[in-house]
Structures are given as structure tokens and as C-alpha cells.
Design a protein around this ligand. Structure first.
Ligand code: ATP
Ligand code: MG
Length: 284
């Protein structure tokens, strides 16, 4: 292949150097979780193929793509909720702190404590108190952490809810608004000290004000933990995510990652035309 030459500097060499610098930069960022070549089936139907994504520690990664492309399916593989679905199968590896979470000796309950999850629809125990909800994960898991008052205050503060509920911790969780309930379940997830928080469209049922509060919470939390969030809201991905992965499933083929990288690249300078079209709202 012909290469342009300017004095003694060849474009090839410059590109090689850039690649080397990029790989060194990557090597310096510790990876919290990583998937390698994940494929998923429901019964005989393959719905995901060859998904490999690295999630750096204390970063936010957004998973985007049209409905049905496998985002929820993928995020459920990351804390072994996938295996609870009848007929679900999986190939590939999910590494957490370098070890495969599906290895035979690994306890899925332990994994789900380290890798927490928040769902689309807030799911507190409605008749239980606010305080009781925050501590419920701890109790259910049999985890011993002393000083419950501190845990309640710290986690509700981290979830951005403390000021709104500190005077009514013994009120029923069902009395809170949808946005407050979603922040309450984030606090509940934090009480067991997870290292990773998975969020599947956590704001899709919320008004813009509550959505912004949750986004602030996500940015704050990512100073301590690693966050992976599914969203249909492109502005949200831009606002909260360091990295973005774009999933697509076309013509009955399994979903796969078309493109991934820093959010600024995916939205500002994507390499694939389909990414450009999707992030500009031309389909999906
Ligand atoms: N429990 C299940 N049993 C069988 N098929 C399923 C199951 N859950 C999901 N699927 C199929 O897997 C594919 C991916 O679904 P998934 O819910 O992961 O998509 P998604 O990207 O999260 O979509 P949305 O944006 O609408 O939430 C779809 O074709 C769906 O029909
Ligand atoms: Mg989904």
C-alpha cells in the first residue's frame, strides 16, 4: 500500500505511534468488568452475538440502541440475573476484577451483592418504611454492617434523597413520588456496598426534574463505583457517560455492538454511518 512521505516522517509511523499511545493509555486505566465474546440464546433463538466490552473502574458506560437489540438481555448477563430466565443460555465470559463470574465455584448471590442492579420501574417495598427499605438488602443478604443509622444517612445522601426524607424515615416508601422511589432503590442498592451498579433505563418513567437528580447522583456515584446504564435518552448518555456502546439487531439477526468508545467520539465523530444515524435520531 502506498504511504505519503513528508521528509522522513511516514504517515504509517505516526498512526502506529498513535495506536501505541492509545493502547498504553488503556493499559493504565484499571478495568472493573469486561465481557469477552458474549452470545445469548433464548431457547433456540440467538439474540446477542460476540459482545466484548471493557468497563473501566469508576466510569459510567451507556448502552444504547433501538428497542429489541438486546441491551436488557446483555446487562442481565453482567450479574447473573440472565440465568434465572427459563430457556436462557450464554456463551463467552464475564470477568469481574479479572475472574469469570460464571465459574462453577462462584456464588451468584455474592456476585449480585458486588454488582447491584436498578430497574426501569422503581421497586421499593411500598408498605415498608423508607429506612426499612434502605436496610432491606442488608437484612436479606444476611450481611453484617453495624451502625445502621449511618448507613441510612450515607446511602440516602449518595442517592440524592436525604434532604427530602430525613424527617420522615419511618413513613411508608409507597408515599414517595416515582422519582423519589427510584432514588430510594438506588440507596438500597448502595447499602450492600456494591462495586458496580447496573441500571436498566432508570429514568424512563420519571419527569425531567427527577431525571436530572438521578443523573447528578450517577455522576457523583461514579467517583466511587462503576456504573453501566441502558438509556434511550441520547442527551442522558451524553450528560452522564464517559463511554458508550451502540447495539444493533437488524433483519432478525442477533444484536451486536456496532461501535463503542468515548461518548464524545460516538456522538461527535462516529466511524460507522449507522451510529451517526442512530445518535441523530434518524431511526430507532
Ligand atoms: N425472557 C425472554 N424470553 C424470550 N425472548 C426474550 C426474553 N427477553 C428478551 N427476549 C428477546 O431478546 C431480544 C432482546 O430483548 P431485550 O429486552 O434485551 O431488548 P432491549 O434492547 O432491552 O429492548 P428495549 O429497548 O425495548 O428495552 C428481543 O428479541 C426479545 O424478544
Ligand atoms: Mg430493555
Amino acid at each position: 500500500m502506498a504511504t505519503a512521505e513528508y521528509d522522513d516522517v511516514r504517515i504509517d509511523d505516526v498512526q502506529e505511534l498513535e495506536r501505541e499511545i492509545a493502547s498504553q493509555r488503556d493499559a493504565n486505566v484499571p478495568i472493573e468488568m469486561e465481557t469477552r465474546d458474549i452470545s445469548v440464546w433464548f431457547a433456540k433463538r440467538k439474540v446477542l452475538e460476540g459482545v466484548s466490552i471493557a468497563f473501566p473502574k469508576q466510569s459510567v458506560t451507556a448502552l444504547i440502541g433501538p428497542s429489541g437489540c438486546g441491551k436488557s438481555t446483555f446487562i442481565r448477563t453482567l450479574n447473573r440475573l440472565h440465568e434465572l430466565i427459563p430457556g436462557a443460555a450464554l456463551a463467552g465470559e464475564v470477568l469481574y476484577e479479572g475472574s469469570d463470574i460464571y465459574a462453577p465455584e462462584v456464588d451468584p448471590v455474592h456476585i449480585r451483592l458486588k454488582i447491584g442492579m436498578v430497574f426501569q420501574k422503581p421497586n421499593p417495598f411500598p408498605s415498608m418504611t423508607i429506612r426499612g427499605n434502605v436496610l432491606s438488602g442488608l437484612k436479606l443478604s444476611g450481611m453484617k454492617r453495624s451502625n445502621h443509622d449511618d448507613i441510612v444517612e450515607q446511602t440516602l445522601t449518595s442517592a440524592g434523597l436525604w434532604n427530602e426524607v430525613k424527617d420522615r424515615l419511618n413513613a411508608a416508601a409507597g408515599d414517595l413520588s416515582g422519582g423519589q422511589q427510584q432514588r430510594l432503590v438506588i440507596a438500597r442498592a448502595l447499602a450492600v456496598n456494591p462495586h458496580v451498579l447496573l441500571m436498566d433505563e432508570p429514568c424512563s418513567a420519571l419527569d425531567p426534574g427527577s431525571t436530572l437528580k438521578i443523573e447528578e447522583t450517577i455522576r457523583e456515584l461514579s467517583k466511587e463505583i462503576t456504573i453501566i446504564i441502558v438509556t434511550h435518552n441520547m442527551q442522558q448518555a451524553v450528560r452522564v457517560a464517559d463511554n458508550t456502546a451502540f447495539f444493533l439487531a437488524t433483519d432478525g439477526n442477533p444484536g451486536h455492538v456496532v461501535e463503542q468508545g468515548p461518548t464524545t467520539e460516538i456522538f461527535g465523530n462516529p466511524r460507522d454511518q449507522r451510529t451517526l444515524d442512530y445518535v441523530n435520531g434518524r431511526f430507532g
